[in-house]
Write a protein that binds this ligand. Structure first.
Ligand code: FAD
Length: 402
């Protein structure tokens, strides 16, 4: 078995293989030259000097003791797939196997014209950003998504002068829609962060950021936090890919369009078919953590897809600007929003997205409301999207269950 990518999804794949007693030879290829580590602390603890050993420990599995061969600095360069085998090209020679798991994750987007801008995706990126940022420095964060919001908060708390530029009408508008995203706007002011929404960046240079309307924002450090793309360029034409590079996988994580179910993908590289949620993009920790067990069950036993075991609800967590967020499900732009609790008051609040015209819930966001987290998770355990009467959902004093 060949596992390409030595991140969380790869580690969990190897652990799941051994957990179910797989005794075949397992080879892992990585690109970063370091042991697999946990990425979420890179932004939340950006300025806390977390060591690579601590981040690796967070992953919880020692990949080297479970795989037969682990090459942490031997990136895959190409792939040939036949109906019953795969061959991966590397600079140190080819590797052939009966099965392949693609777990090469994602890379941060950095527009070519943004000269000198940094990104935050790897431990090395975090180390460089931490070294560059000092109290009193001017940081411009481009993008008020999950990572941009998290970095803005920790940098401001450390005395950095932070401006966030967001092209959409509100922070997190891509994930939450502009109406719910706008509820996070006050958090920026409360942390002394300047937020400019509806503004786009024309250029980045050594002196700062030039916006499309001509405004110049002087900056010592510029962070591009404008999203990530699946790291699949190395596959060339060997497998069909989406425009953003994602690999479409079925409920058992078999790559659609591959000449056999011996080619699988998991984690940030995927666009996963879900009976309940439609097509679910990767990009979040929980998928990389939990989906490998489903992949392995389906690969070795062929039963996970049939049993629907792998239909995990999308789940994202974030700690940003002093607030704890969890998002379950996959809301879409046309859904109605029902609020539960008052975002302007203490005590937290929850937003629920409803398919238009009925009581079917597509997503739940909790903000500083831990008592709704378990209930929200339970809502998405049935085979179809949950139903909940809107007046019940809107009442913060009643439990979040049908
Ligand atoms: P990765 O962790 O990216 O691992 C893939 C590995 O494959 C990398 O080490 C890469 O170098 C390697 N690789 C790439 N190309 C090749 C190749 N050709 N050959 C061999 N190896 C290769 N998610 C949340 O839900 N909540 C959060 O709060 C959160 N915070 C985050 C904060 C940051 C700063 C970042 C960057 C991500 C965060 N995420 C969060 C996302 C989460 O960390 C990812 O979804 C998760 O790491 C995905 O795991 P993965 O194994 O699929 O990919």
């Amino acid at each position: 078995m060949l596992v390409v990518g030595a991140g969380l999804a790869a580690t969990q794949t190897v652990a799941a293989l051994r957990e179910v007693g797989y005794s075949g030879h397992v080879t892992v290829l990585g690109a970063e030259g370091v042991a697999p580590y946990d990425r979420p602390p890179l932004s939340k603890h950006l300025l806390d000097h977390v060591s690579p050993a601590w981040l690796a420990d967070e992953v919880g599995t020692d990949i080297t003791s479970q795989a037969d061969a682990v090459h942490l600095a031997r990136p895959a360069r190409g792939l040939v797939v036949t109906p019953d085998a795969v061959t991966v090209h590397t600079d140190a020679g080819d590797l052939t196997s009966d099965a392949l798991v693609v777990a090469t994750g994602a890379h941060a987007v950095l527009p070519g014209a943004w000269v000198g801008a940094r990104t935050l995706h790897t431990w090395a990126d975090a180390q460089e950003l931490r070294t560059a940022l000092r109290p009193g420095d001017r940081l411009v964060v481009v993008g008020a998504g999950w990572i941009g919001a998290e970095v803005a908060g920790v940098a401001a708390r450390a005395g950095v002068d932070v401006t966030v530029v967001e092209a959409a009408a509100a922070p997190l508008a891509g994930a939450l829609g502009a109406r719910v995203g706008a509820l996070t706007v006050p958090w920026y002011g409360e942390h002394g962060v300047r937020l400019l929404t509806g503004r786009t960046v024309a250029q980045v240079d050594a002196r700062g950021v030039r916006l499309s309307d001509g405004t110049h924002l002087p900056a010592d450090v510029v962070l591009a936090a404008v999203g990530a793309r699946p790291a699949t360029a190395w596959l060339g034409d060997a497998l069909p890919r989406e425009a953003d590079g994602a690999l479409r996988v079925d409920e058992g994580f078999a790559v659609l369009g591959a000449p056999g179910r011996h080619v699988r993908a998991v984690g940030d590289v995927t666009l996963r078919r879900s009976r309940r949620h439609g097509w679910v993009p990767g990009g979040h920790w929980d998928g990389a953590l939990r989906d490998p067990a489903e992949l392995v069950a389906d690969l070795l036993e062929g039963d996970a897809a049939a049993a629907g075991r792998g239909d995990r609800a999308p789940y994202v967590f974030s700690t940003q600007l002093g607030h704890d967020l969890t998002l379950f499900g996959q809301p879409s732009a046309e859904d109605d929003v029902v609020l539960r609790g008052d975002p302007a008051a203490d005590g937290g609040w929850t937003a629920l997205w409803y398919r238009p015209g009925g009581d079917t819930i597509s997503g739940v966001l909790t903000v500083d409301r831990p008592r709704d987290v378990g209930a929200a998770r339970r809502l998405f355990t049935s085979a179809t999207l949950p139903e909940l009467a809107r007046p019940l959902a809107a009442d913060p004093d009643r439990p979040l269950r049908p």
